[in-house]
Write a protein that binds this ligand. Structure first.
Ligand SMILES: [Zn+2]
Length: 82
């Protein structure tokens, strides 16, 4: 009986962790999509220009005014523009 309770607790904790992880990924995706803004800098309205790609495949963009930077790791940037 005791082990069953412990197993259920473990399962519940694991479930919570998976949910948290998914929420975290979803939040990151939404945040990047908003920042990417279909290839237009949301701060000044100029185009994002790719200037670097890191070893993990993350893309670094700067806008035409060079005042704003964005680091994209989710596939939000390979449609519509560029
Ligand atoms: Zn900008």
């Amino acid at each position: 009986m005791m082990t069953l309770t412990i197993n259920l607790m473990c399962l519940f904790i694991l479930f919570c962790l998976i949910c948290l992880f998914m929420l975290f990924c979803f939040y990151g995706y939404i945040k990047e999509k908003k920042e990417w803004n279909n290839g237009i800098c949301p701060h000044c309205g100029s185009k994002w220009i790719c200037f670097d790609v890191d070893s993990r495949g993350g893309r670094m963009y700067k806008c035409e005014t060079r005042k704003h930077y964005v680091d994209i790791s989710y596939p939000v940037d390979n449609k519509d523009t560029i």
